[in-house]
Design a protein around this ligand. Structure first.
Ligand SMILES: [Fe+2]
Length: 467
């Protein structure tokens, strides 16, 4: 894998579904494609849309990939286009980058063509074999999004806010959710009603945090059942989690704590953008040499760790924009805001800069060899912020601990990110503090900054120094 990026970083439109000319131009500096692999089967999707129209939903039918690709003005004749099923591309993105010789794979998302929830057995030699599927309109992702909307947030966008809110509520509506919306039938589930259009103002007097806690608990039940079943059905001790639901780090940690699996791999871009990688892997029918998540636009500047630590000590907050952009939703040190996690007002300061809700916590980044002394991590390492862990000394690191006493930890080694590792080493040498706050370099509702100019614009607007 030589290059991977998100259109939104170029167009500055969050979740931009169209291929941006800037992204295409940058990709083409690595050569012209001999083949194009597409992450879903458009014909199947059309069938679903046609059915949806019968149900009275207005859905556009402009998704024939070749026709779409020709509108992009590519400077070469269109090469052959192959199609990979949507859930197969999700599953393959995880399996092909896992390094496992065999694994159980669970894919849970909102919807692709028809499949919404699948379980696979992966073998390096023979590839993927599907063991279980649920199909639209049964969808765990759509149900979570419906609750996201019910709580006043944007569906398909703000699900992580619901997950954060869940810690403030009590799961008092789990039974009602099962009565009205979902029948849990291991290893999957069945929805009692179509939730594609939301759940209206279901339980209008319920507290949003309690609703969030309840749908979070239901999601964890479904995912844990699936993992248990997958362990038996696959015979493998390795698990791969994919699809948008795999961004739910609280559910991931619950699965991990159950201990059915020796190892869990979640590709750091488990959602639809990452399935591009799976489509490519399915096309070449084999594992992919994946060099890590830093695969996008390169900002070629020298970053001096000592200068970063100096600013952290004087200002408390510094922005870093260096090296290749992260492929995936999390900033992992190349497009990050770093801050001192200790001052009581730091959470509010950084939330103000980012324009976020005041209750939301931030993630800590910590050298791997120190992580287990500070956090009860359910996994040996968490380099991509995919698991939560109880913080041992929450009062000393207030800005990176949630109300329930947990943190979404990023562990780092010198091999993974030498500069970030050196910043942490120097920071600890000077202050005794083993971790930093790490959050994405962007304002609310904006994609991660991509270029040095984007970073400077952010720095000027928010009065934060960018290095
Ligand atoms: Fe998907």
């Amino acid at each position: 894998m030589v290059f991977a990026a998100h259109s939104e970083r170029y167009s500055r439109v969050k979740n931009d579904p169209r291929l941006h000319p800037g992204l295409l131009a940058e990709a083409l500096t690595y050569g012209r494609p001999e083949a194009i692999a597409w992450y879903e089967r458009p014909f199947l999707k059309k069938v679903r849309h046609a059915r949806a129209r019968q149900w009275g939903h207005a859905v556009a039918l402009d998704d024939v990939p070749q026709r779409y690709l020709r509108t992009l003005g590519l400077p070469f004749p269109l090469p052959p286009v192959s199609f990979v099923g949507h859930h197969e591309s999700h599953a393959m993105a995880g399996a092909a980058t896992s390094g496992f010789s065999d694994a159980a794979v669970i894919v849970a998302d909102a919807i692709g063509e028809f499949d919404t929830f699948t379980i696979w057995r992966y073998c390096r030699e023979s590839g993927l074999r599907r063991l279980y599927r649920r199909r639209y309109p049964d969808s765990l992702g759509l149900l979570y999004s419906a609750f996201t909307r019910r709580c006043g947030f944007r569906p398909n966008e703000d699900e992580y806010i619901i997950m954060g809110m869940a810690a403030f509520g009590r799961p008092r509506y789990v039974e009602e959710i099962q009565r009205d919306w979902i029948a849990i039938e291991p290893p999957g589930f069945r929805l009692r009603r179509n939730v594609h259009r939301g759940i209206g103002d279901w339980l209008p007097n319920a507290d949003a945090a309690d609703l969030a806690a309840s749908i979070q608990a239901v999601t964890e039940m479904v995912q844990r059942n699936a993992a248990q079943w997958a362990r038996q059905a696959s015979g493998s001790r390795n698990l791969v989690l994919m699809g948008g639901v795999a961004l739910n780090c609280v559910a991931n940690s619950a699965i991990s704590a159950d201990g059915d699996f020796a190892d869990i791999w979640i590709f750091p871009n488990p959602g639809d953008a990452g399935s591009s990688m799976g489509a490519a892997a399915a096309h070449v029918a084999g594992p992919v040499r994946w060099p890590g998540p830093y695969l996008g636009t390169d900002i070629q500047r020298a970053l001096d760790p000592a200068a970063v630590v100096r600013l952290l000590r004087s200002e408390g907050i510094v922005a870093v924009a260096n090296g290749r952009a992260e492929f995936g939703p999390r900033a992992l040190g190349n497009r990050s805001i770093l801050a001192d996690p200790r001052p009581p007002d730091m959470k509010d300061r950084v939330n103000r800069i980012k324009g976020r809700e005041r209750f939301r916590p931030f993630a800590p980044v910590i050298p791997l060899e120190l992580a287990h002394a500070e956090f009860d991590l359910p996994v040996p390492a968490s380099p991509y912020m995919q698991f939560t862990a109880r913080c041992r000394e929450p009062e000393r690191h207030a800005a990176v601990v949630h109300v329930d006493g947990t943190s979404r930890v990023q562990t780092v080694t010198a091999e993974q990110h030498p500069v970030l590792y050196e910043i942490l080493r120097a920071w600890r040498a000077e202050t005794g503090c083993p971790m930093l706050l790490n959050t994405s370099l962007n304002s609310r509702g904006e994609p991660l900054v991509n270029t040095w100019d984007d970073a400077l614009t952010f720095g000027r607007r928010e009065a934060v120094t960018v290095l």
